[in-house]
Design a protein around this ligand. Structure first.
Ligand SMILES: Nc1ncnc2c1ncn2[C@@H]1O[C@H](COP(=O)(O)OP(=O)(O)OP(=O)(O)O)[C@@H](O)[C@H]1O
Ligand SMILES: [Mg+2]
Length: 249
């Protein structure tokens, strides 16, 4: 089955921006942004540290109705307001169908999501505990990678929108391959993914739309043309030679 497209495009309301010299509008990725179209299945943002991937991803997630701190749309906790107001300058074009569920994974705030699940579950309620859908074991009692896999395998489900910032951070190469298999299952069940990543394994997902963020803005590129693919390949093909050059006195 083809994935339903929940988010088709994000357009920057450039006429509303008062000053392109201040954050976040001064980032090349934002300053040069007109609109960004999304793949119905999976779109990647790649680029150097500080190129603006998280800023853009977070604004898209908030404009799509997620809490800037991450989690499902039902979570409305806030620990500190660190997000930019870029979401207010984005106009999202949405598909006809609404996502049934979704998750915004902020690389640095997964701990807060785990804490929120525990605190919601500690209150008396007739509904099943939320943690049951995360594999039954407290996410705090699982390793970073284990808890993320529990989330993907137990909580992620069909017809949903997933916005993930560096999901590979917790995962071994083997688990990253498992993640690709899970992404395929979810896409076949009608999910849409928007993912910021540095992982040459994750971004290898077949037929994905990859945007590279650079000084010139956002550019759609082929997987083999990403710096991640080329540098990793060069390194793997000749790591001793490359290290010798790199570390030579
Ligand atoms: N609140 C803020 N005020 C000013 N500048 C900020 C703020 N938050 C982030 N920045 C800057 O914006 C730039 C983009 O940050 P962002 O986190 O979006 O980059 P990134 O592409 O996700 O990087 P990484 O790959 O390291 O995660 C960085 O140079 C960062 O220092
Ligand atoms: Mg980031």
């Amino acid at each position: 089955m083809l994935s339903e497209q929940f988010i088709i495009e994000a357009k920057l309301k450039r006429d509303k921006v008062a000053d392109f010299s201040v954050f976040p509008f001064n980032l090349s990725a934002v300053a040069n942004l007109d609109n960004v179209r999304f793949d119905p299945s999976i779109t990647f943002f790649v680029g150097e540290n500080g190129s603006g991937k998280s800023t853009l991803l977070e604004a898209i997630a908030v404009a799509a109705g997620f809490n800037p701190e991450g989690g499902t749309k039902n979570f409305s906790f806030s620990t500190h307001a660190s997000h930019s107001d870029l979401d207010q300058y984005l106009r999202l074009s949405r598909g006809i169908k609404k996502p049934r569920d979704g998750f915004f994974l902020r690389a640095e705030s997964f701990y807060n999501v785990a804490s929120e699940i525990e605190s919601l579950d500690s209150e008396p309620a007739f509904a099943p505990k939320i943690i049951e859908s995360y594999g039954g074991k407290s996410l705090h009692e699982q390793s970073h990678g284990e808890s993320f896999m529990a989330l993907m395998l137990n909580r992620f489900s069909g017809n949903s929108l997933y916005i993930l910032d560096e999901p590979e951070a917790a995962l071994s190469p083997t688990r990253q391959l498992t993640m690709l298999v899970r992404i395929k299952e979810l896409i076949e069940q009608g999910c849409q993914f928007i993912v910021a990543t540095h992982s040459p394994i994750i971004m290898a997902y077949p037929n994905a739309l990859i945007y590279a963020l650079s000084e010139t803005g956002l550019q759609a590129i082929q997987y083999e043309d990403t710096e991640h693919f080329q540098i990793t390949k060069q390194f793997m093909n000749n790591h001793t030679g490359m290290l010798r050059n790199l570390l030579a006195d």
